[in-house]
Design a protein around this ligand. Structure first.
Ligand SMILES: Nc1ncnc2c1ncn2[C@@H]1O[C@H](COP(=O)(O)OP(=O)(O)OP(=O)(O)O)[C@@H](O)[C@H]1O
Ligand SMILES: [Mg+2]
Length: 224
């Protein structure tokens, strides 16, 4: 199967004078329809890796490819365009805009995309997505007027706004109770099965990891 994202020998160092390498030669392929857990201790490099895979950050060395295309020579505008049509994010803390209601938060990525839909079409699509995550009765509620699980569901709808090929989720159930966590996880799985969207899910929860199709573990910046 084709790889949506492929990492070859990725390293990442932070710091100017004193460099600290936090990723030491990572190889990882996410194929179409993949449903993969990423586990590892705090500080092991999970978010750093996700940011590089999601084209939010560049590696110090190594190659990131999206659908077989190597991106090290791409400029930031090009990376933004590729990210916009390929990759969705669900963050640990929802990152919804507090002043906007659910509908507006889901419309935001569509509004940011150039040459996108007309406002009415964006609104219809945002409604459809919020309905698909069971939030159609909370369209006009702001993030502080809904529960943690509901905020994560709005975040998932937002991640789906641009029909991504892969969703990178950084502890999407990290701050939820068990029932909410199960609900959000089931939703991710449903999207994976119905739309063949690939997932890489960072989790500390062994039950969540065990429910994925495979698990990769990172220890001190190395995959094992
Ligand atoms: N912008 C930065 N500047 C310097 N060091 C950083 C930066 N971002 C991350 N690091 C370092 O890189 C290492 C990996 O951090 P990262 O956030 O990727 O860990 P993580 O596995 O996501 O941890 P957690 O489970 O706590 O979220 C840590 O030692 C951290 O201090
Ligand atoms: Mg992290």
């Amino acid at each position: 199967m084709e790889n949506v994202i492929s990492l070859k020998n990725i390293t990442k160092s932070y710091g100017d004078k004193v460099k600290t390498e936090v990723l030491h030669g990572i190889d990882l392929d996410i194929s179409e329809g993949d449903f993969c857990a990423l586990v590892g201790q705090s500080g092991s490099g999970k978010t750093t890796l996700l940011n590089i895979m999601g084209l939010l950050d560049r590696p110090t060395s190594g190659t990131v490819s999206v659908f077989g295309r190597q991106l090290e020579k791409s400029d930031n505008d090009e990376l933004t365009a590729i990210r916009g049509r390929t990759i969705g994010f669900v963050f640990q803390f929802h990152h919804l805009i507090g002043a906007f209601n659910s509908l507006e938060n889901v419309m935001l990525p569509m509004m940011a995309a150039s040459g996108g839909l007309a406002t009415k079409a964006m609104r219809e699509k945002a409604k459809y997505l919020l309905d698909s995550v069971g939030m159609s009765d909370r369209l006009t509620y702001k993030p502080d007027e809904i529960s943690g699980g509901q905020r994560q569901r709005v975040s998932i709808a937002r991640a789906l706004a641009m029909d991504p090929k892969v969703i990178l989720a950084d502890e999407p159930t990290g701050n939820l109770d068990t029932a909410m966590s199960n609900e959000v996880f089931s939703l991710l799985r449903k999207i994976n099965l119905e739309q063949k969207t690939s997932f890489l899910i960072v989790t500390h929860d062994s039950t969540v990891a065990a429910s994925c199709d495979r698990t990769v573990k990172i220890v001190d910046g190395r995959l094992i």
